[in-house]
Design a protein around this ligand. Structure first.
Ligand SMILES: Nc1ncnc2c1ncn2[C@@H]1O[C@H](COP(=O)(O)OP(=O)(O)OP(=O)(O)O)[C@@H](O)[C@H]1O
Ligand SMILES: [Mg+2]
Length: 249
């Protein structure tokens, strides 16, 4: 890749259509070494599509993707299918990743604090454990760039903080870049350098502090508290047919 040696990945004006359905429009951003870029956006916003394009799994419709030469990429997909009847321990599941050794596997399991389930069938892992197994798999091969599609889905709040802390620790120790998807800006604020709010196009971007106060961000994600107020209002209306609202606030 030309220019800046610290740049791992750069997308310029990427557009993507599935058949005639435009799901990404003029998306541009870059990820540098030692930096975390977090994608936030509603369901169907094109986040996973953007990740697959960044990895080269999917082609763009137009625009360009530059990946730094010879970088190793660790990818944690949003979902994986594991055959229920296939007898496979956690360590053997990780061994399926080409180039991995059992020594490396023990190390990454230690990193994600899962050494205790190494010999257990991978199908018996809990939802939260499975997420950490997938993170461990992404860490194999000492990635220069970690691409994580919703790494904390199905994990309780304490566990989420732990996983985000762990990702930040790996980044700081190895100086890798991180591109990840999250649904909660507040939980990732401490460990994110740049936030991209995506809803087919980039609605706004910047440091988490800037994005948190950006009206575009609030318009995109909505305000749950208002939903609660509307519900209360409906409830009251049931008791008063002539009620036109507002007099309870
Ligand atoms: N292979 C495909 N063929 C056709 N349409 C697709 C394909 N993959 C994704 N889409 C559509 O593209 C849009 C974006 O999907 P994508 O999975 O990128 O969204 P997302 O932001 O990751 O959503 P979520 O938060 O639900 O994971 C959706 O409307 C989806 O239905
Ligand atoms: Mg997705």
């Amino acid at each position: 890749m030309d220019g800046d040696a610290s740049q791992l990945l750069r997308l310029d004006n990427v557009c993507k259509s599935y058949h005639n359905n435009l799901v990404l429009e003029n998306v541009s951003f870059c990820v540098n070494k030692g930096e975390t870029v977090t994608l936030i956006g509603p369901n169907g916003a094109g986040k996973s599509t953007l990740m697959k394009i960044s990895l080269g799994i999917l082609d763009v419709s137009s625009g360009t993707v530059h990946r730094s030469n010879k970088i190793s990429i660790g990818y944690m997909p949003q979902k994986v299918m594991i055959d229920d009847v296939l007898p496979l321990s956690v360590r053997d599941f990780l061994y399926l990743r080409p180039g991995s050794t059992y020594d490396d596997i023990e190390k990454v399991l230690e990193t994600v604090k899962l050494s205790y389930i190494s010999n257990q069938p991978v199908q018996s892992a809990s939802g939260g454990e499975m997420q950490r197994i997938l993170l461990a798999r992404a860490l194999l091969g000492q990635p220069d760039l970690l691409v994580l599609d919703e790494p904390v889905q199905g994990i309780d709040i304490m566990g989420q903080q732990e996983i985000y802390g762990l990702i930040a620790k790996v980044r700081d120790e190895t100086n890798c870049g991180v591109l990840m998807i999250s649904h909660d800006l507040h939980l990732v604020m401490a460990s994110t350098d740049q936030v991209l709010c995506l809803n087919r196009h980039i609605c706004c971007s910047g440091t988490p502090e800037l994005v948190k106060d950006n009206p575009e961000y609030h318009a995109m994600m909505g305000r749950p508290a208002e939903g609660v107020a509307i519900y209360t209002h409906h409830h009251n209306e049931g008791h008063d047919h002539k009620h036109h609202g507002h007099n309870h606030d």
